[in-house]
Design a protein around this ligand. Structure first.
Ligand SMILES: *Cc1c(COP(=O)(O)O)cnc(C)c1O
Length: 459
């Protein structure tokens, strides 16, 4: 892995933006000149510097010592392409509002479909994973009206909320000891009947566990439900070459689901505002049919607004994603795939260190790149308090972790004599999404060690 010195994301490429803007402008040279008065630069400067000051009130999401929540910096190619597109500000609702960016969106989405082996599909970008899942469940509800949506207890909370919005009944299925959907519990539910859709989470948001998709497909044959994969977080990991064989096998089944969701703004190096929903059967497009008296007149080709629930959408998001895919094609063994593998390797390394240290109690090994652990203490409530203290002490040392409340059943409390006086334990959580995290594990460990010592001393 090549890793140079860095702190802030690369700004040395910013002058390329001006060069590309001039090239873009050249395409409109037959327009009559207009005297574009430059805005008052002194005022702009003052405002921009004020914004820069205000923005300093942030955690350093772009730095490897930010190892807390699910935040990954967009790649410079995405930032620059997005900014370039902003001078046109295309709207990917209709070709009338964004011709080139709609074409780029179709190409980029086809590459995401191709990543899981789909040659044919129907799909588009949307605001994020929430909107993408909403569309998938809306389509599911159209095809299975009034039937239940089920997802695991570790699935994103958005599924129960979206089901509420759509007026579909929702049932949560319990998880096994490693945070995957419990197949026995699901089958009990299936036997009661009336399950229209099962949501498989391919990388849960809290712990990165992957539902047993291969087994779910077998159950689909018997019970005939729709199978939707929420791969908003984990989808790109299908490219990584260092998954556990079981995880690998489940990702290899992605091509057989009815619909799936992936968030380029999570692991795909994009700015926020970039989710994607994909359907295996393009015929679901007919469900979207609507009349719009004022939008679709410039072309008889497909306007993306004809196959999406959202109307106006940023064409710049599609441009940024397309540009990023030029730089990082979605190939197993490619540069992007290797970077994802580094993230999982970093998680495994941190897990091994935690496991070998008697001050901590780990859950199961990370399936993707998320590690959760709790300090050992006399009771689960004492461990939870201590976890919060370590979280704050780490923050003081510029190591930014996250916290998560998880079922105590994920941890072998009995083995370390920790009294299970609560049903959930507050854990420390680290999402190691940046490939650089692998090089920073020793530093992260050193700061975690110091933070833990400080927390234990103050008891
Ligand atoms: C993040 C996430 C969502 C929600 O996506 P947003 O882009 O935040 O709207 C849904 N499901 C899973 C598994 C996620 O990780």
């Amino acid at each position: 892995m090549t890793s140079g010195p860095f702190s802030f994301p690369d700004i040395s490429a910013v002058p390329l933006l001006v060069q590309a803007l001039k090239r873009l402008e050249a395409g409109f040279s037959e327009l009559p000149n207009r005297s574009a008065e430059p805005d008052d630069h002194a005022a702009l400067e003052q405002i921009l510097l004020q914004v820069a000051d205000r923005l300093q009130d942030n955690f350093p999401y772009f730095h490897p010592l930010y190892a807390g929540q699910m935040l990954k910096p967009p790649h410079p190619v995405a930032r620059l392409a997005y900014a370039l597109a902003m001078w046109v500000n295309p709207n990917n609702h209709a070709l009338d509002g964004g011709r080139a960016s709609s074409a780029l969106e179709k190409e980029a989405v086809a590459q995401l479909a191709g990543m899981i082996g789909w040659e044919h599909h129907l799909g588009h970008l949307c605001g994020g994973g929430t909107m993408a899942n909403l569309e998938a469940l809306w389509v599911a509800g159209q095809l299975r009206p009034g039937q239940k949506v089920v997802a695991s207890a570790q699935a994103h909370y958005t599924h129960s909320r979206i089901s509420g919005v759509l007026g579909l009944p929702f049932t949560s299925v319990s998880c096994d000891r490693v945070g995957r959907m419990d197949l026995k519990a699901l089958e009990n539910l299936l036997e009661q009947g009336d399950v229209g859709t099962v949501v498989a989470t391919m990388g849960t948001t809290a712990i990165g566990s992957v539902d047993p998709l291969a087994d779910l497909l077998t159950l689909r044959e018997r019970y005939g439900f729709r199978l939707h994969a929420d791969a908003a977080y984990g989808g790109y990991f299908t490219l990584a070459d260092n998954l556990h064989p079981e995880t690998r096998a489940n990702f290899d089944c992605l091509r057989d689901v009815d619909s799936f969701v992936i968030d380029p703004h999570k692991h795909g190096l994009q700015p926020y505002g970039c989710g994607c929903v994909l359907f295996r059967d393009p015929a679901v497009g007919t469900l979207y049919q609507h009349d719009s008296p004022y939008t679709y007149f410039s072309s008889t080709e497909l306007h993306l607004g004809e196959i999406s629930l959202e109307c106006s959408r940023p064409g710049a998001a599609a441009v940024a994603l397309w540009a990023t895919l030029q730089r990082f094609p979605l190939m197993p063994g490619g540069e992007f795939a290797c970077r994802l593998a580094y993230s999982r390797q970093a998680a495994l390394r941190l897990y091994e260190k935690l496991q070998a240290d008697a001050r901590f109690l780990t859950a199961f090994p990370p399936e993707l790149d998320i590690v959760v652990w709790t300090p050992q203490a006399a009771s689960v409530s004492a461990a939870s308090t201590l976890a919060r203290e370590i979280f704050h002490e780490a923050g003081r040392r510029s190591l930014h972790l996250a916290l998560a409340d998880l079922p105590v059943s994920f941890f072998d409390c009995a083995a370390v004599g920790m009294e299970p006086d609560r049903e959930t334990v507050t854990c420390l959580r680290s999402v190691l999404m940046k490939p650089e995290h692998l090089d920073w594990i020793e530093e992260i460990w050193k700061l975690l060690d110091e933070a833990t010592q400080a927390s234990l001393r103050s008891r």
